[in-house]
Design a protein around this ligand. Sequence first.
Ligand code: FES
Length: 108
Amino acid sequence: MELHVNNATYEVDVEPEMPLLWVIRDILNLKGTKFACGIAQCGACTVHIDGEPVRSCSYPVSAAEGKLITTIEGLSENASHPVQHGSNTRYHSAVTVSQARSWPPYRC
Ligand code: FES
């Protein structure tokens, strides 16, 4: 299936029910999106799909096909976005990508 992530297009051969998080991290090697609870409770795995926050740990990759997926790496091309500087912890990363569009201000 074809995925559009951070303004790039990827062709991936995965099971349709695989969580989007595993595709992002393990297939596309975008490690900024984090795993924590795995049950859509903490937000560590949050990405934007068509501009809306989604918990990628419990979102099947097939539901993201044809949509625009933005991870924390996609907030800027040169890592200059303020929230990309503070994403060194699971929780902080979750908050940053989920609230990136409201910067500034943001709280965590
Ligand atoms: S890992 Fe906690 S909500 Fe996805």
